[in-house]
Write a protein that binds this ligand. Sequence first.
Ligand SMILES: *Cc1c(COP(=O)(O)O)cnc(C)c1O
Length: 230
Amino acid sequence: MMSNNIADRISVVRDRVAKAAIDADRDTASVSLLVVSKTKPVSDIESAYNAGQRLFGENYVQEGVEKIQALEHLADIEWHFIGPLQSNKTRLVAEHFDWMQSIEREKIARRLHEQRPDNMPDLQILLQVNLDNESTKAGVTLANVQELAEQVSRFDRLTLRGLMAIPKADATEQQQAESYQALYTVFQELKEKYPTIDTLSLGMTNDLEAAVKHGSTMVRIGTAIFGERN
Ligand SMILES: *Cc1c(COP(=O)(O)O)cnc(C)c1O
């Protein structure tokens, strides 16, 4: 049984991350935890914050901006946009979020660059990779990552930090390992080319351990902390 208490659940997830890192011979501090709060109320985010959590992910622009505004009084909180973004909504992300993890085309990056206010730090960018070439899923193919990285790296209001992926849900363990490995290889290549790259955002409630084993530096966890979404 999962505890009803958000602080307890966060500590269970932190323990899972730490154990996965140790099993993979990695430093436990090399994997950060992004808590995915989409559809959940502001009070749940405050509970997580009070348990020491600082990184939060939202999928829907309007909902995310409302929460960011409601929680402006919380120091050091960091907001990551992780959902699909239409070009007519880029301004809201540019003006309110710290990170944007789901860049899949140049046009959206260009708009974010143009709309990022001068008095804010650079928007931190991850390119979303469509790992298994699923037609239903967003993201750039692994073959086209380098080109998109090149384009995004030219925008000086953006800082390119790495890659994000949502792996196929029904993959076998073997398939999963192969796609994670392919992703990690491209991540390493990019890292050599762009000194700002340090983040591989991979792993959700069900594949956290496998993702850490394959080099994830940021896991994005919703269900294990807030319970099932409606
Ligand atoms: C919802 C979501 C998550 C969290 O998934 P859980 O399985 O609930 O942990 C992570 N990443 C993205 C992009 C999501 O949309």
